[in-house]
Design a binder for this molecule. Structure first.
Ligand SMILES: NC(=O)c1ccc[n+]([C@@H]2O[C@H](COP(=O)([O-])OP(=O)(O)OC[C@H]3O[C@@H](n4cnc5c(N)ncnc54)[C@H](O)[C@@H]3O)[C@@H](O)[C@H]2O)c1
Length: 485
C-alpha cells in the first residue's frame, strides 16, 4: 500500500529522479515500479492519433510490450498490417514493431485489464460555440472503468482544463470502489509533441507530470522516464493541466500581438512588420520572435485557450487576454480575404470569375494536418462572398472538403500557377520554390513572408505581403524566413 507516500507533502516543481531521497514504493506501487524498471510493464495507449501513435511506438521501440487502442477501425486495420499514417514516425519502425509483436493494435478495450500503464491521448475539441468537449476523455475513462484492475497507472495526456483529472476522471475510476493512490494510480502529463519538428521529438522534449498522490507522481515520472530524457514533476495534476494551457495561451497571445501590429503596419504604411520582428529578435534576452500570419489553426493553440476562458467564467472571471488574442487571431482570415478583394478590384474581373489558388492548406508548415486550418477558413469566407473558382495545392494534402465541395490538390507546376489570377500563400511548406512560384504567378498574396528571398524588383511588384506596410512591392531589407509553427 502506498498510503504513507500518498500523504507525503507535495513539493514545488522539481525533477524527480527515481528513488533518490525518497521512501521506497511498496505494495502495488512497488510492484509496478519494479515492472517499469525491468521493462516488463505492459503499456497501453488509448487514441492513436498525432500524439498517441508516436508515444506507443516509442515504448514499443524501447522494448515494452505495447498495445494501442483506437475506435477508428481504419487506423487499426492499417496498423495491424504494419502501415503507418503519422508523418513524424518512420514507416520502417512501425512495420518492425508490428512484425516483432512489440506493438499491437485493437479497436476495443478488451483485456485492457492486462495493461500496467495506460495513456489516454484522445481528442479534446470544442463545440460550435467554443465550449470544451471532453466527451472523448469521459468516453475512454468509462470504457477503462470496466477493465480497471488493482495496480494500474492511468496517465491522461489530452489537453484539458484544470481539475479534469481529479474532478472528472478520478471519480469515474473510483466508481469501481477502488481508491486512487492505493488501488490504482492516476496522473496528468500533457503532451508537447510538435508535428513536423525534426529537432524536438517525443524522446528529447522534456515533459511535465502531476500525479493525484505522491506515489502516482513517482510512478508516472518513472513510466515517462522509460522513453523521455527529462521528466519534470509538479505538485498536482491541476498544476500540470494549467501549465499546458499556459504554454498554448502564451503562443496564442504573442501571435495575436504580432498580427495586430502587422495590421497596424499595413495601415500606417512604410513599416514592414517582418523586418521589425527580425530586428527585435537580435536582442539576446527578454524577446522571443513570433510572426504574423493568416490566423492560427490545428488542434491546440486555437482550441486550448477556450478551455480556460470557459472554466474561468464559473469563477466570475473574464480571461480578457485570451479573449482578445482569440478575437485578433480569428480576424486574420477575414483580413486576408480583404487583401484578396483589394487585389481582385484591380483586375478586370469579378470575384466570382477570379481563379484563386491557395498554396498550402495544412495549418502549418510541413505537416498534413488541416484541422482548423486558416487556409480553409479563408476558402470558406471567399466562397461565402461569391468566389466560385478556388483551387488548392499542397504536397501533404490530397483532398479537402469545404462548404460541401470536394477539392483535390492541384500539382504545383507552372501551368497551375499561370492559370490562377491570384495565388495566396497560406502555408509556407519548405519544399516549394517560391522564386518559381512568383515568376509564374500573376499576383501573389503572401501571408507568411515565404517570398522573402525573391529580390528581382519586377517580381516583387506582383507580391502583396501581409504586414509589409506596402500594398505592392516590398522593402528589400526583409530577411525573415520563418512563420509561426
Ligand atoms: N496534435 C498535436 O500536435 C498535439 C500536441 C499536444 C497536445 N495535443 C493534445 O493531445 C490530444 C490528442 O490529440 P491528437 O492530435 O493526437 O488527436 P487525434 O485526433 O490525432 O487522435 C485522437 C485519436 O483518438 C481516437 N479516439 C477518440 N475517442 C476514442 C475513444 N473513446 N477510445 C479510443 N480511441 C479514441 C480517435 O479515433 C483518434 O485516432 C488532444 O487533447 C490534443 O489537444 C495534441
Amino acid at each position: 500500500m502506498a498510503t504513507s507516500i500518498a500523504q507525503a507533502p507535495a513539493t514545488a516543481a522539481s525533477e524527480v529522479h527515481s528513488t533518490n531521497g525518497q521512501l521506497p514504493l511498496t505494495g502495488l506501487a512497488g510492484a509496478l515500479e519494479s515492472k517499469l524498471r525491468t521493462k516488463t510493464a505492459k503499456i497501453g495507449v488509448v487514441g492513436l492519433g498525432y500524439v498517441g501513435l508516436p508515444l506507443a511506438i516509442e515504448f514499443a521501440k524501447n522494448g515494452f510490450e505495447t498495445r494501442g487502442i483506437d475506435l477508428d477501425r481504419t487506423k487499426i486495420d492499417l496498423l495491424k498490417k504494419g502501415e503507418n499514417y503519422i508523418q513524424d514516425i518512420s514507416n520502417d519502425v512501425v512495420r518492425e514493431c508490428v512484425k516483432k509483436g512489440s506493438f499491437t493494435a485493437q479497436n476495443d478495450y478488451h483485456n485492457a485489464g492486462d495493461l500496467d500503464v495506460i495513456y489516454i491521448c484522445v481528442p479534446t475539441p470544442f463545440t460550435t460555440n467554443k465550449d470544451p468537449d471532453i466527451s472523448y476523455i469521459t468516453g475512454s475513462a468509462e470504457m477503462l472503468v470496466k477493465e480497471l484492475r488493482d495496480g494500474q497507472l492511468i496517465i491522461l495526456k489530452s489537453t484539458t482544463f484544470p481539475n479534469t483529472t481529479e474532478g472528472v476522471v478520478q471519480p469515474l475510476l473510483e466508481s469501481t470502489g477502488k481508491k486512487v493512490g492505493e488501488d490504482f494510480f492516476l496522473a496528468f502529463s500533457p503532451e508537447r509533441i510538435d508535428p513536423g519538428n525534426q529537432k524536438w521529438t517525443t524522446s528529447n522534449t522534456p515533459i511535465v507530470v502531476g500525479g493525484v498522490t505522491s506515489a502516482c507522481t513517482r510512478l508516472a515520472v518513472l513510466a515517462n522516464e522509460q522513453i523521455i530524457s527529462k521528466v519534470v514533476a509538479v505538485s498536482s495534476p491541476k498544476v500540470a493541466e494549467m501549465e499546458k494551457l499556459l504554454e498554448n495561451i502564451f503562443r496564442s497571445v504573442n501571435i495575436a500581438l504580432v498580427n495586430e501590429l502587422a495590421k497596424l503596419c499595413d495601415r500606417m504604411g512604410g513599416i514592414n512588420m517582418w523586418e521589425v520582428v527580425e530586428a527585435a529578435a537580435t536582442k539576446p534576452f527578454g524577446f522571443m520572435p513570433f510572426y504574423p500570419g493568416p490566423g492560427i489553426g490545428g488542434h491546440c493553440i486555437l482550441i486550448d485557450p477556450f478551455y480556460l476562458s470557459w472554466q474561468a467564467r464559473a469563477y466570475d472571471f473574464e480571461t480578457n487576454f485570451i479573449t482578445l488574442a482569440a478575437e485578433t487571431n480569428e480576424s486574420m482570415p477575414f483580413y486576408v480575404k480583404d487583401l484578396v478583394f483589394k487585389a481582385v478590384a484591380e483586375l478586370p474581373i469579378r470575384l466570382r470569375d477570379a481563379k484563386i489558388l491557395m498554396v498550402g492548406v495544412a495549418f502549418k508548415r510541413d505537416v498534413d494536418d488541416t484541422r482548423h486550418s486558416p487556409a480553409i477558413r479563408i476558402m470558406e469566407l471567399l466562397i461565402d462572398d461569391g468566389a466560385t473558382n478556388i483551387e488548392f495545392t499542397d504536397p501533404f494534402v490530397e483532398h479537402l472538403w469545404v462548404k460541401g465541395r470536394d477539392f483535390a490538390s492541384k500539382p504545383f507546376n507552372a501551368q497551375t500557377l499561370q492559370e490562377a489570377d491570384i495565388v495566396i500563400i497560406t502555408t509556407d511548406h519548405s519544399q516549394y520554390d517560391y522564386d518559381f512560384l512568383v515568376r509564374n504567378a500573376k499576383h501573389v498574396i503572401d501571408t507568411r513572408n515565404a517570398t522573402s528571398k525573391v529580390s528581382d524588383p519586377s517580381l516583387c511588384d506582383k507580391i502583396v505581403l501581409l504586414g509589409s506596410g506596402a500594398r505592392h512591392g516590398r522593402p528589400q531589407s526583409v530577411t525573415s524566413k520563418k512563420a509561426n509553427v
